[in-house]
Design a protein around this ligand. Structure first.
Ligand SMILES: C[S@@+](CC[C@H](N)C(=O)[O-])C[C@H]1O[C@@H](n2cnc3c(N)ncnc32)[C@H](O)[C@@H]1O
Length: 287
């Protein structure tokens, strides 16, 4: 890289990233430079007109090449922000998305509105643990448990809980199977299960295709994991005031809604939209 100043270095990286179709190439270029040089945003701003430090240029080049190869930025930097906190991420886990923060908001609101003092909360398909850990930190009186079928994902989740100081019980296994002792005892269940239609898996954005297919593939109708998830939720929820919030996306919303109506005949079922107005969450509320 022949760039002389930090700002011209950023400009040349931006050009390389946008030439392979990366949308937010300017933002990614700044973040990669910051990561390579170990700078905060403020430090980077203060050095834009300085000569770029030569020591880290080789490292920076390797980071930029990975991004040019469409590796997600968060896997390259090793972290992603979720609900105001930074979580470690790597290819063993889905990168937590801003829209999934809605699960945290819904669970907190339900617990507050119903005045449940020591809620038992379960996050099924926890991945990086972002949802479970956020809930444990936002509701210190809650007892939070979480499951995932992937041992690799749970390793990352436990690391995140340790570094963020959250108490969460993580269990490896299929959906709610590891929580058999909790049948009829859980106040709130949240889950962001795999729900992408199998037919859409081939057309995923290059970066998304780098994430674990176990985290994405929902089968032919997107409901392969959601069907048994509903059966487990029905058995695990406490009688009386209790709720489940499941992340979905528009193509499966109608199918999920109909399935929920059959599975939870006595509950109030609703579809919630995200800040972009997309159908993003199924709510099942009892009591
Ligand atoms: C869409 S990711 C969600 C990760 C995280 N909750 C988030 O929102 O960022 C789905 C997760 O479900 C896990 N998973 C897939 N099938 C499962 C099953 N049958 N039982 C438990 N976890 C499962 C995957 O390993 C993956 O970590």
């Amino acid at each position: 890289m022949a760039a002389k100043t930090v700002s011209s270095l950023i400009r040349s990286i931006t050009t390389r990233l946008s030439s392979v179709g990366i949308d937010d190439s300017g933002i990614d270029a700044r973040l990669l430079v910051r990561h390579a040089f170990g700078w905060s945003a403020e430090q980077q701003l203060g050095r834009l007109t300085d000569p770029a430090p030569v020591e880290q240029l080789e490292l920076l080049e390797s980071l930029v090449s990975r991004r040019v190869g469409r590796e997600p930025l968060q896997y390259i930097t090793g972290s992603a922000e979720f609900y105001r906190r930074r979580f470690s991420v790597d290819p063993r886990v889905l990168i937590p998305r801003p829209e999934t923060e809605q699960l945290v908001v819904q669970a907190i609101e339900f617990v507050r509105e119903r005045g449940i003092e020591t809620p038992r909360v379960a996050d099924i398909c926890t991945g990086s643990g972002a949802v479970a850990i956020s809930l444990a930190l936002e509701m210190p009186a809650a007892e939070v448990v979480a499951t995932d079928i992937s041992a690799g994902a749970l390793y990352v989740a436990r690391q995140n809980a340790g570094s963020l100081g959250a108490e969460v019980g993580f269990f490896e296994g299929d959906l709610l199977d590891p929580l058999l002792d909790d049948r009829g005892r859980i106040d709130v269940i949240v889950s962001n299960p795999p729900y992408i239609l199998r037919g859409a898996m081939q057309g995923l954005q290059a970066e998304v295709a780098r994430e674990p297919s176990l985290a994405l593939d929902g089968g032919d109708d997107g409901l392969d994991v959601i069907r048994p998830l509903f059966v487990g939720i029905r058995a695990a929820l406490k009688p009386g005031w209790s709720a489940a919030y499941i992340e979905i996306d528009p193509p499966i919303a109608e199918g999920v809604f109909d399935l929920a109506k059959g599975e939870f005949p006595d509950a109030s079922i609703s579809l919630l939209t995200d800040l972009a107005g997309l159908t993003r969450c199924l709510a099942v509320e009892n009591g």
